[in-house]
Write a protein that binds this ligand. Structure first.
Ligand SMILES: *Cc1c(COP(=O)(O)O)cnc(C)c1O
Length: 364
């Protein structure tokens, strides 16, 4: 019998749960990677051992997400928030304007960064009373915009675009940090997709960018080289030292994702996991309340409130006693939140639903 480690029931919003197989593979390979007598962290990023891992990670992204040949896959540092700046630095020329669909805190920050670089406007804004509880149904798009930027899943507020708007010839740019690889997407509908890896596909430290080659080519070159997509596109993301270990873990994680049936299987599981919680919440409106409009609800981050903050505290204490972590809502929003990313197991969600229902029966 093998000794399996005690694992928390992890609902963290990010960094988040990783598959045990990916961690155990790292453990096995840590001190002696592929018989080289070194860990992958000690290898040169110009050497054969690391380059194989690097290209395997990029190939996995292409396969898992179905990335067409006329797109570059880039592995960058600086997190998703660096992309809030890099997108306008590369794609927003003087005299041009960009459209932003403001559906949450991250989108708001992306717009503010773009305004430091050039002209950008909110083509939709669903904020009311400092909250965001829905995805807009009407957009005021500028047909001559340099690009349209949206946040596919609003991690803090628990809303998600169920389908993406048609932006015609204007490139669509999406921050998919909290739902990349959670459902099939048609990459050809996007000009650029970016995601910090630490929510759904790996550890913090590497950011995945998928970008149409023509946009990279047309990108500005009056910006520092370290912020140009072109620098990384023309060097297979080996322009400077990449975050080797984070990319290694991204490789391990995506290999598990692929072996478990890829994005179709992830989407089906996300549907089952989130429906389980929403059904419970909606069945007892006197005890649970989800502030998000049903059509805008996220399959990744489920947010809800209980009748009093005292009951929410009691819920968190009981969750903690059962090894469940990460259920407190974002500090700016309050309430409760369960993040149901790809490697949050269905049995964990069953345990969470049981706890929620027990508390309701005791205090409802
Ligand atoms: C977490 C998150 C970010 C911030 O990511 P960093 O990698 O920490 O910069 C940006 N956008 C979304 C949608 C997020 O969920």
């Amino acid at each position: 019998m093998t000794d399996s480690p005690r694992r928390a029931i992890n609902f963290n919003a990010g960094p988040a749960a990783l598959p045990l197989e990916a961690l155990e593979r790292a453990q096995r390979e840590l001190c002696d990677f592929a018989g080289t007598g070194m860990s992958i962290m000690e290898h040169s990023h110009r050497g054969k051992a690391y380059e194989a891992v690097h290209h395997e990670a990029m190939d996995l992204i292409r396969r898992v997400l179905g990335v067409p040949d006329d797109y570059d896959v880039l592995l960058l540092q600086g997190g998703a928030r660096q992309q809030f700046a890099m997108v306008p630095m590369n794609l927003l020329s003087p005299g041009a304007s960009a459209d932003y669909l403001v559906t949450g805190t991250w989108a708001k920050q992306a717009l503010a960064e773009a305004r430091l670089i050039g002209t950008a406007r909110a083509a939709a804004n669903t904020e009311h009373d400092g909250r965001f509880t829905r995805i807009p149904d009407t957009l005021d798009l500028d047909p001559s915009a340099a690009y349209v930027h949206l946040t596919s899943n609003n991690t803090l507020f628990g809303t998600q675009w169920a389908s993406y708007p048609d932006t015609g010839a204007v490139p669509l740019v999406a921050d998919m940090t909290s739902d990349l690889a959670s459902r099939p997407i048609d990459v050809s509908r996007f000009g650029l997709i970016y995601a910090g890896a630490q929510k759904n596909v790996g550890p913090a430290g590497v950011t995945v960018v998928i970008v149409q080659k023509s946009l990279v080519e047309a990108g500005r070159d009056d910006i520092p080289e370290v912020f140009r997509y072109r620098s990384f596109a023309k060097t297979d993301s080996l322009w400077n030292t990449p975050p080797c270990f984070a990319i290694y873990m991204l490789r391990n994680t995506l290999a598990v994702l692929e072996a478990r049936g890829g994005v179709e299987a992830m989407a089906a599981a996300a549907e089952r996991k989130s429906s389980r919680l929403y059904a419970l919440i909606d069945a007892h409106p006197d005890f649970f309340r989800c502030p998000v409009e049903p059509a805008s609800r996220s399959r990744m981050n489920v947010v809800w409130r209980l009748p009093t903050e005292e009951l929410e505290q009691r819920f968190l204490a009981e969750a903690s006693a059962r090894s469940m972590v990460g259920l407190k809502g974002h500090r700016s929003v309050g309430g409760l939140r369960a993040s149901l990313y790809d490697f949050v197991e269905e049995a964990w969600v069953d345990a969470l639903a049981e706890l929620m229902d027990e508390l309701r029966r005791a205090h409802g």
